[in-house]
Design a protein around this ligand. Structure first.
Ligand code: S3P
Length: 433
């Protein structure tokens, strides 16, 4: 994907106020498209994410013959079933989207035609073997470049076999890929998960879960082939986190964020921020397609840093960049560890965070699996230009930081925010107090 190398400037703002309604959750939106394309019939999806990553998934299915329509505020997805996809005429471009590449591999690897998945520069450096390993055990014919990276060559297959697979990395993408492949097999495929990861796939497919010693076993088989659904996608909690942290750190601020996903496998960020002294209240709660959602009321707070428990890391993995910004303004030492996975996200997020924090003048200690710094060293003499490294969450985290700084700040290569939230700037403008 080609981004304009925009430098975006942010001036200091004094407070935030009002109400925000954010686009749908990115992870749930990917799954809404994928499972609707697999179902036979028309599914209706409301509040789909506007993220470029989600558009990538949509376009890949378009190339595979899935048709869409828009009716009022709903996306209509005309699924044709597991084996009605057409052989793509060209390579399928997964752009910057790891979720698209990893989940769709599980579908293409079960087809009777060959295909190729490629990605942009960042995605082509991210590990794919974690997904192809179990899928090859199920009988898929997959060949990665340099044994771990995109482009991935997928050859036609005749028959797949079920496996019982214990996750080697705490990854919802790997878990989902194996469970999706299981839909193509009559016998039961099992995924054993010892560290909880986001569970949107299990919820949307209605898969059975068995408790076992030290974890859970999730089962999948052709019995759970998705049917057309009406889906309301709750708003993205990862996107909301940027505005939650901004509100907490601003003086005299109060914000309501509507219909936010409150799936417990994603709300770790709320738990951590509340333990840090954050004034966050859930003011209403409901459910849609098994997913919890609700309105959040956030108020200015004095934060202090806490020890972040190891077990919560997979739950907050996408929120660590913005949590770090909260950590800068909170009392005491900020430390994250056990997050080696950050090194293989859209950028090496440990390196990206450490670079920008040092750029600002903080003394930061970098580790293989995290970093630490003492907060309250906010002496700034000149406007700092932060580097996004083409990573949307790094760009948004330092945009929020810039809004909080007396002299503001600049973000280099800001355009990448489109990956998850193309309306980021308008949303900020809407809540300036
Ligand atoms: C995602 C899972 C997580 C997360 C990513 C989206 C998903 O990745 O970081 O942004 O939708 O399944 P991993 O599965 O690699 O942990």
């Amino acid at each position: 994907m080609d981004y304009k190398k925009v430098i975006q400037e942010f001036s200091h703002i004094k407070s935030v106020k009002g109400e925000l309604t954010l686009p749908g959750d990115k992870s749930i939106s990917h799954r809404a498209i994928i499972f609707s394309a697999l179902a036979e019939g028309i599914s209706r999806v409301k509040n789909l994410s506007s993220a470029e990553d989600v558009n990538t998934t949509k376009e890949i299915f378009s190339a595979l013959g899935t048709e869409y329509d828009i009716h009022n505020d709903e996306l209509l997805i005309k699924g044709k079933g597991l084996f009605a996809f057409k052989k793509p005429l060209t390579e399928l471009n997964s752009g910057n989207s790891g979720t698209s590449a990893r989940l769709i591999t599980a579908i293409l690897g079960a087809q009777k035609f060959d295909s190729i998945i490629m990605g942009d520069e960042s995605l082509s450096k991210r590990p794919m073997k974690r997904v192809t390993n179990p899928l090859q055990k199920m009988g898929m014919n997959l060949t990665l470049s340099n044994d771990n990276y995109l482009p991935l060559k997928i050859s036609a297959v005749n028959k797949l076999n079920p496996i019982s697979y214990c996750l080697e990395v705490a990854s919802a993408q790997v878990k989902s890929a194996v469970l999706i492949a299981g839909l193509f097999i009559d016998d039961i495929t099992e995924v054993i998960e010892t560290i909880p990861t986001r569970n949107h796939t299990e919820l949307m497919l209605g898969l059975p879960i068995v408790n076992s010693e030290g974890g859970i076993i999730i089962q999948s088989s052709s019995k759970y082939i998705p049917k057309p659904q009406k889906i309301f996608v709750p708003s993205d909690i990862s996107t909301a986190s940027f505005f939650i942290v901004l509100t907490l750190l601003m003086k005299d601020s109060e914000l309501i964020i509507k219909n936010v996903s409150l799936n417990p496998s994603r709300t770790g960020i709320l738990e951590v921020l509340k333990k840090m002294g954050g004034n966050i209240t859930i003011v209403s709660q409901s459910e849609s397609c098994g997913e919890l959602l609700g309105d959040l009321l956030v108020k200015s707070s004095d934060l202090f840093n806490i020890e972040i428990p190891k077990e919560i890391i997979p739950n907050i993995i996408d929120e660590i960049p913005i949590l770090t910004i909260a950590g800068i303004f909170a009392d005491g030492k900020f430390k994250v560890s056990d997050c080696k996975e950050l090194r293989v996200k859209e950028s090496d997020r440990i390196k990206s965070m450490v670079y920008n924090l040092r750029q600002f003048g903080l003394t930061v200690e970098e580790y293989e699996d995290g970093f630490e710094f003492e907060s309250k060293e906010l002496l700034q003499n000149e406007i700092v230009t932060f580097e996004s490294f083409g990573d949307h969450r790094i760009a948004m985290a330092f945009s929020i930081f810039s809004l909080l700084l007396e002299q503001g700040g600049k973000i280099n290569n800001f355009d990448c925010v489109k990956i998850s939230n193309p309306q980021f700037i308008e949303q900020i403008k809407n809540i300036i107090g």
